[in-house]
Design a protein around this ligand. Sequence first.
Ligand SMILES: [Mg+2]
Ligand SMILES: [Zn+2]
Length: 260
Amino acid sequence: MASPKRKLVVFDFDWSMADQDTDRWVFEVLAPDLRRKMKTLKDEIQWTDLVAQSLREAHARSITKEQIIHTLEIMPYHPAMVRAVSSLKARGETTFLCLSNANSVFISTILKVQLIGFFPIPKSDMVIIQSKGLQDLFEEIVTNPAEWDPSGLLKLRRRVDPSGPQHNCSVGCSPNMCKGEELEAFLARKGVEYDRIFYVGDGTNDFCPILRLRSQDTVFCRSNRGLQKRIHKEGEEKGLKCKVEYWGGAWEIEEKFSQL
Ligand SMILES: [Mg+2]
Ligand SMILES: [Zn+2]
């Protein structure tokens, strides 16, 4: 009997699995002046450090854990993406990996819940929240570690500790994590030879991991964002081997996944 075909689906999170950028969204909703400050400082301070600093500033002005969780619960997330990944997972033979520069708390909070109704009632907005059922989707979520301290501060650290050995990426990944090295480390940890790997991504930092893909693999690249620009500019010169398919909305990922 032929062995089952093993597939690996790798997801970036912000603007790939979710229809927003978690780090930016939280501050756009709760503290737009901090969001502005992040935009001003982003070339001076490493992004994960900048988000950690902004979380401390939000905490100092009494923005609560509950407010942050609620903000994540109402973040745009396309129902077609829930359908796409749930039905592919249900068919079996597919392993899911998340590689994200967001953080463990933001991602796990979002995967757990889905807003299904919002009723603006004066003084006490009512929200009905339902589970997406995606909390067990991923085999691993490789991202920056975060945890709530007892005072309600979300403490966030880089995945690669700045005081320890640094990653060796030469493709331009941010110091907090090299997604290419993380993908290779995951494959080595699992010790599984996947017949095909599919990568869903949108950003400039998704270029490094897709350089590690083979000719039988495919990147599902979200159109008109940083990854597409890097593929066009550097793909050939850097020896990109995988197939490239473009998508705009989650309904197209649902379509593509149904044909895998
Ligand atoms: Mg992204
Ligand atoms: Zn890298």
